[in-house]
Design a protein around this ligand. Structure first.
Ligand SMILES: N[C@@H](CCC(=O)N[C@@H](CS)C(=O)NCC(=O)O)C(=O)O
Length: 231
């Protein structure tokens, strides 16, 4: 595969997303791009063999990275979501996510919850002085129970319609639930469970999980016409 970033970008006039299908940060970026109906090309990478073209434009080398045709490089999933949603038909979904409560949820998700999720999912790799069950319990108390309280009052985190915050959190709660699905289902989290299911069964999520061959720049499949199920 070519190692020249300009060559890779030249394959397409579309914004080029360096992505990894199973990465939760990349999932939120793909969902936002799809929901905003921003056409984009995608390059599925392997985390162990990152393409030189990615390293050249983003030495920190995490995914997702969005390379725009004017040369701009967006290296954070939230920045990619902002670029996608602002000025799109889903502007309102972006604006509702800017409320302080929503920004706090995002911060907690990407900080404490992510660390606890890693400690729960990969106990052998973890850096926290916590056992697996302790990590799971803390995640329940600090994150999932507060989400349950919120979702007892509204279908989505910022109201009756999805917002950027829902897109940002779904992939992480999905990962947490998937570590031990029977345990997750047995918890008193009916609103969180229903909200997660709503997200995962949406046409938006299904499309964002399209399988692409690695190392190939391809136009990503188009956004579905009705990304969320009717209430
Ligand atoms: N703060 C970044 C985090 C992205 C991130 O950590 N992505 C992971 C994959 S899920 C990654 O690329 N890790 C680098 C590696 O594993 O080498 C964002 O929001 O985009």
């Amino acid at each position: 595969m070519s190692t020249d970033p300009s060559t890779l970008a030249a394959v397409t006039d579309l914004p080029l997303l360096y992505t990894y299908r199973r990465c939760p940060y990349a999932m939120r970026a793909r969902m936002a791009l799809l929901w905003a109906q921003r056409p984009f090309a995608a390059l599925e990478i392997e985390l162990r063999h990152k393409p030189a073209a990615l390293l050249a434009i983003s030495p920190k080398a995490t995914v997702p990275v969005l390379h725009l045709s004017d040369g701009t490089v967006l290296e954070q999933s939230w920045d990619i979501m902002a670029w996608a949603l602002q000025g799109s038909e889903q502007e309102d979904a972006w604006q509702r996510a800017q409320e302080p409560t929503m920004l706090t949820l995002l911060q907690r998700n990407d900080g404490e919850f992510k660390r606890l999720l890693d400690a729960y999912k990969y106990p052998e790799r973890q850096q926290l002085p916590l056992g697996r069950e302790q990590a799971r319990h803390q995640a329940l108390e600090t994150t999932l129970m507060p989400l349950e309280v919120l979702l007892q009052h509204s279908r989505y985190l910022a109201g009756e319609q999805p917002s950027a915050t829902d897109l940002a959190l779904w992939p992480f709660v999905r990962q947490f639930a998937a570590v031990d699905p029977a345990w997750f289902e047995a918890q008193a989290l009916p609103a969180v469970q229903a909200w997660l299911q709503r997200g995962l069964s949406s046409a938006l999520f299904q499309t964002c999980m399209a399988k692409l061959p690695a190392h190939t720049v391809l136009a990503f499949p188009k956004a579905p016409p009705h990304p969320f199920d009717p209430p």
